[in-house]
Structures are given as structure tokens and as C-alpha cells.
Write a protein that binds this ligand. Structure first.
Ligand code: KDG
Length: 311
């Protein structure tokens, strides 16, 4: 088996240099929260696999080539002959304002089903990572996500759910109804502060929500705080990790990098402080450069930010 298995929709992200209505150049990039996590782990030398459906055309070929180039195992990716690649336009509206426009309804990745995931799950993994994006894509994908989380948890695999609410795909209420039961299969739940009540009671405070998740069997709740770092809740209490001071130029993908760093620390057997340190380190690499994952560190580069004391 691999160290980490993740699944979901890999997207072709078309990044603009200015407002989309003004035209100009678009550059294609591999995107998708799950593939970002896979790349983050592969860069650090872990065996990471990505499963899902990609179109059987040039765009699907582009996604697979990018994943392979980063050392991600794509053995269990299924090519879909009928459906197109999901697209994401990442519009640089102004120097510090980006916007997302999706063209992903009915895409190959959005109809991921249980049968697509069976071989990957059967091959085994130490960690299964999934996000709250996949269940928002279709009924089939929702069923596949629930099945995978339950099957992996039963097999003793560490299941990590990263909430990743995408307001363009579904409402907060719809997300809460699906993600709250899903979190019950997870050992690690990752959410930003404004996402935590999507895996618990609407409007409840952070302490209450974290305690509720721990009572339901989650062992670690990670609350991402952006430039303020992160808080972790475990049965031993609460711990804060400050972010590393870097110049943020692009925050897209930072949450995925954080999760990848945490899971890398877990795979390396680090204690909670060490796992959080690696999580904020990867988050810092992600925000300090352009692209979802392009600037993530190799293992020998982790120490590049060592002199940056948490701010
Ligand atoms: O976390 C970064 C993602 O938002 C991006 O890569 C695209 O997965 C994506 C999505 O569905 O928005």
C-alpha cells in the first residue's frame, strides 16, 4: 500500500494575468485540493496516490502528466471517454484580488463513483485524505466519499477530512447535512474557523464544536487561522501554532499545503508540535509563491524557513 491515498476531482485551472473580461493570456495548471495534497506529500518523499476520473482527452492527459511529473501514483485514475475535464478559471481581478469561476458541472471528475475507488482502497494506504468538495459534486461522488471514509476507517486507516467549503457548489446548510455524518468516520478533521460549524451545530462556538467532534471519535481537530497560524484540539487540550512570517503573494492552495504538512508529520511519527510545525511550514511555502502547489518544498528544502521564527 501507499502512505497516502486521496481522491476527488483534479481540475485544469486556467490562471489569468488580469480581468477575464479584458482578455489576455491564460495559463493551464493542475489544481484541485486533493491533488494539491498528493503533490505536497510526494514532494516530501512519501508515496502518495491520487484516484478519480479524468477526461480521456488532451486536458485529462495534461492532468495525468502533471501528477506523474510530481511523482504521484495515478495507477487508479480512471479515464472517462464521455465527459470533459472540469475547468476552473482563476481570475486575477486586481493585484491582490482573485476570483474563481468554475466550468465543472457534468465533468469526468464529478461522477466519481464507488466502483472507481474500490481498487485503490483495496490496495491499502496508511492515510486516506478526502475533502468536503467531492460530496458537493454529485450524488454519486457523495456516495463514493462516504463509502471510502467508512471503509478506510473500518480497515484501521487514518482518515483525514478537510472541510474545504466551496460556496459556489452548495449552501452551508446542504454541506452541513452531508459533512457532519462524514466527519464521524474521520480521525483528523481540518477546517478554517468559519467552516467548523459545517461539521457540527450551526453557529456553535469553536470550543463546543471541537469538543463535539472529539466526543464523536475524532482524535485531532485542526482549525486553520490563515496568517494567525492554527489551533489543534485533542483529548490533551488545545495548542496554538503561529504562522511563519513570509510575504504572502497567493493564498490559493495554502490550506491544502497545511494539511499535507500535517499528514507528512504524522507519517514521519512526529509529535503534535512537530506535525503543526510542518503544517505551518508548508502553508508558508504555499502562500509565499504563485500557484496552488508549485512552490511546495522538497524534503531538503524544509529547513529553508527554519530561521523564520513564528510571528
Ligand atoms: O484549495 C485549492 C482549491 O480550491 C483549488 O485547487 C480548486 O479544488 C479546487 C476547488 O474545487 O475549488
Amino acid at each position: 500500500g501507499v502512505d497516502l491515498l486521496t481522491f476527488g476531482e483534479a481540475l485544469v485551472s486556467l490562471r489569468s494575468t488580469g480581468p477575464l473580461t479584458a482578455g489576455g493570456a491564460l495559463t493551464p495548471h493542475l489544481a484541485g485540493a486533493e491533488s494539491n495534497v498528493a503533490v505536497g506529500l510526494a514532494r516530501l518523499g512519501h508515496r502518495a496516490a491520487f484516484a478519480g476520473r479524468v477526461s480521456d482527452d488532451e486536458l485529462g492527459g495534461f492532468l495525468l502528466r502533471q501528477l506523474r511529473a510530481e511523482g504521484v501514483d495515478v495507477t487508479h485514475v480512471v479515464r472517462d471517454r464521455e465527459r470533459p475535464a472540469g475547468l476552473m478559471f482563476l481570475e486575477r481581478r486586481t493585484a491582490d484580488l482573485t476570483r474563481v469561476l468554475y466550468q465543472r458541472a457534468g465533468s469526468a471528475g464529478s461522477v466519481l463513483g464507488v466502483d472507481d475507488l474500490r481498487p485503490a482502497l483495496a490496495a491499502g494506504a496508511r492515510v486516506l485524505h478526502l475533502t468536503g468538495i467531492t460530496p458537493a459534486l454529485s450524488e454519486r461522488a457523495r456516495e463514493a466519499a462516504a463509502w471510502a471514509a467508512e471503509t478506510a476507517a473500518r480497515a484501521g486507516t487514518l482518515v483525514c477530512l478537510d472541510v474545504n467549503h466551496r460556496a459556489k457548489l452548495w449552501s452551508r446548510d446542504a454541506a452541513r447535512a452531508v459533512l457532519t455524518p462524514l466527519a464521524g468516520h474521520a480521525s483528523v478533521v481540518v477546517a478554517s474557523a468559519d467552516e467548523l460549524d459545517l461539521v457540527g451545530a450551526s453557529g456553535a462556538d469553536e470550543e463546543t464544536l471541537a469538543a463535539g467532534l472529539l466526543a464523536r471519535g475524532v482524535s485531532t481537530v485542526l482549525v486553520k487561522l490563515g496568517g494567525d497560524g492554527a489551533r489543534a484540539y485533542t483529548r490533551d487540550g488545545r495548542r496554538h501554532a503561529a504562522a511563519l512570517p513570509v510575504t504572502a503573494v497567493d493564498t490559493v492552495g495554502a490550506g491544502d499545503a497545511f494539511t499535507a504538512g500535517y499528514l507528512s508529520g504524522h507519517l514521519d511519527g512526529l509529535d503534535l508540535a512537530g506535525r503543526l510545525r510542518r503544517a505551518v511550514t508548508l502553508g508558508a511555502f504555499a502562500v509565499a509563491g504563485h500557484g496552488d502547489w508549485e512552490t511546495l518544498p522538497r524534503r531538503d528544502e524544509l529547513s529553508l524557513l527554519d530561521s523564520r521564527q513564528p510571528g
